[in-house]
Design a protein around this ligand. Structure first.
Ligand code: HEC
Length: 61
């Protein structure tokens, strides 16, 4: 559990939520994980990387 849930913050104590609350919390964490995996390069980072690469790109083929 610490391995899966301690990647972005300290693994939470189970006493933090009731058994009724936990499913919706974990569902929200799954959304965070998907988002993070899909956002390895943000729009801003993509722009900066592309800007640099294109500026220093090979001029002749
Ligand atoms: C991809 C990163 C990431 C992972 C992995 C992750 N979390 Fe989170 N967690 C967050 C973020 C961001 C917040 C703050 C925003 C929020 O509360 O949704 C948070 C907040 C929390 C909170 C405090 C908010 C609340 O409702 O009590 C708990 C508890 C929690 N996470 C439990 C877990 C559990 C359990 C797991 C494993 C299934 C997990 N987290 C894995 C990103 C993550």
């Amino acid at each position: 559990m610490a391995e899966r849930c301690g990647q972005c913050h300290a693994p939470p104590a189970p006493s933090r939520h009731s058994a009724e609350e936990w499913p919706s919390v974990v569902e929200r964490m799954r959304v965070h994980m998907v988002r993070q995996a899909n956002q390895i390069l943000s729009d801003e980072e993509t722009r900066i990387v592309l800007d640099y690469l294109m500026k220093h790109a090979r001029t002749e083929s």
